[in-house]
Design a protein around this ligand. Sequence first.
Ligand SMILES: [Zn+2]
Length: 165
Amino acid sequence: MGHIQKIGVTGLGGLERIKTYIIKTGDHIFGLALPCWSWTGTIDDRNRPRIKIDGNVLIVRRALYQLNGVPLEEGDKIISLCRNKACLRPEHLVIGTDRDAFLMGRMQCMGPGDIYVMQEMFKKGEIKLHHIEDCYDVTRPVAEAVVAEGGLIKRSLPMYSGQFS
Ligand SMILES: [Zn+2]
């Protein structure tokens, strides 16, 4: 569940440690504009990157948002466009609802191929953000993340910074 992680006062040191486990030249999923960022550290039994900081075991994706000053509410889900559970690339991640997570995750309603087609259509002006929301039943942040990944718009909603230093 999307519980709130406690980040201690040594949070910035935690960010430095997390950074040492991220490789910025990960897999390039066909259909996505940008390659994934891979995690070389420990993963949990659900294949999620995790790290122990100050005695607390943290889910790395959530920690990256929190350490970058992006608050996560109870129930916020972090969804990956690339379906790579270990990807930490900010452009591939978006904060969504339970339903977004269900549709994008378990239901696999939107794959990288769909994202490619939507980016191409958006670029030509053939669709707008609300078409993506309506056709896939996802929220605006997910629709924005889809076109922003192709560099077609700037995201207006919180994204953690990939600038680590
Ligand atoms: Zn990715």
